[in-house]
Design a protein around this ligand. Structure first.
Ligand code: DGL
Length: 264
C-alpha cells in the first residue's frame, strides 16, 4: 500500500522529499491539484470542495496514509477529512512554535510567509494566539512564489526582485526566524535567506511532518517491512501522469531539493 501526498501543486514535493529521506523503502503517490492551483487566492468553500474531491480519488487508490502537504488545505479541511476516512491523515501547519521559542531567546521577531488563505484562517489565528505571548509574530502572503514555482521558474534574480518588493516595508534585521508556511516556498529558501541577516533562521514544517508520519506509521505497524527501493507515482487532478516530460520535471524537483539540502 502506498502513502499519499497531496497539494494544490508542486509544493507538496518539498514535504514528500523529506519523507523519502526518512522512509526510503515506501511507495508514494503524489497528487497535485494542478487544475485548481493556487488555493491560497481562492475562497475557502471552493478550496474545501477541491480538497474533498482529491481525497476521494486518493482514498480509492489503496493508500495506507495521507499527508495533506499543503498548509492552506490543512487549515481548512484536515479535521473534517479525518472524520471521513479510516486511514491516518496528517497535515502541515506553519512552524510558529519553534520559531517563537528561537526568536524570543534572541529578542528578535518572527516573520511567517504563507498564502493569503492560510493567514486568514481561524486555525492560524488560534495557533498564533496560543504561542505568541509577546506579540513578536508578523506575517506576509507571497502568492507570487506559488506562481513562480508552478511555472518552474526558479531564476534567482527574478524571484529576489519580487521578494525585495514584497519586503520593502519590513526591517529585515528585526527577524530572528522566518517561517516558510507554504510548501511551495522551500524551493526559494536560499534566495529568501539572502534577504535577511546571516544569522536569521529560515525554517519550514516539512521535516517535522515527515517525522510525524514516521511516528504514526510505526505506532500503527504500517511501515513497509520488505527491503525494496520505494517508488513514486504522480497524479494531476485525478489523472495519472504518464508524460515522460512531466515526470522528468517532477523528478528534477526532487533532485533540486537534494541539492538544496546538501547546501544547507
Ligand atoms: N502549497 C500550498 C500551501 O502550503 C498552497 C499554495 C497555493 O495553492 O496557493 O499552502
Amino acid at each position: 500500500m502506498r502513502i499519499a501526498f497531496f497539494d494544490s501543486g508542486i509544493g507538496g514535493i518539498t514535504v514528500l522529499h523529506q519523507a523519502m529521506r526518512l522512509l526510503p523503502d515506501e511507495d508514494y503517490l503524489f497528487y497535485a491539484d494542478t487544475l485548481h492551483v493556487p488555493y491560497g487566492e481562492k475562497r475557502k468553500e471552493e478550496v474545501r470542495k477541491y480538497v474533498f474531491d482529491a481525497a476521494e480519488f486518493i482514498a480509492n487508490q489503496d493508500v495506507k496514509a495521507l499527508v495533506v502537504a499543503c498548509n492552506t488545505a490543512t487549515s481548512i479541511a484536515v479535521e473534517d477529512l479525518r472524520q471521513k476516512y479510516p486511514f491516518p491523515i496528517l497535515g502541515i501547519e506553519p512552524a510558529v512554535k519553534p520559531a517563537v521559542i528561537e526568536s524570543e531567546k534572541r529578542r528578535k521577531k518572527v516573520l511567517v510567509l504563507a498564502t493569503k488563505l492560510t493567514l486568514k484562517e481561524e486555525k492560524y489565528h488560534h495557533l498564533v494566539a496560543r504561542i505568541d505571548k509577546h506579540d513578536i509574530v508578523d506575517s506576509l502572503p507571497l502568492p507570487g512564489l506559488v506562481q513562480f514555482a508552478e511555472h518552474f521558474e526558479f531564476n534567482e534574480e527574478k524571484v529576489a526582485r519580487y521578494l525585495s518588493e514584497q519586503l520593502d516595508s519590513f526591517d529585515t534585521s528585526e527577524y530572528g526566524t522566518v517561517v516558510l508556511g507554504c510548501t511551495h516556498f522551500p524551493y526559494f529558501k536560499d534566495t529568501i535567506k539572502k534577504l535577511f541577516p546571516h544569522d536569521t533562521a529560515v525554517i519550514d514544517g516539512g521535516p517535522g511532518t515527515a517525522r510525524n508520519l514516521q511516528r504514526v506509521l510505526e505506532a500503527r505497524h504500517l511501515v513497509n517491512q520488505t527491503a525494496q527501493e520505494g517508488t513514486v507515482s504522480f497524479y494531476q487532478s485525478g489523472t495519472k501522469v504518464e508524460s515522460e516530460e512531466t515526470l522528468r520535471r517532477y523528478r528534477n524537483l526532487l533532485n533540486r531539493l537534494d541539492e538544496l539540502q546538501t547546501l544547507a
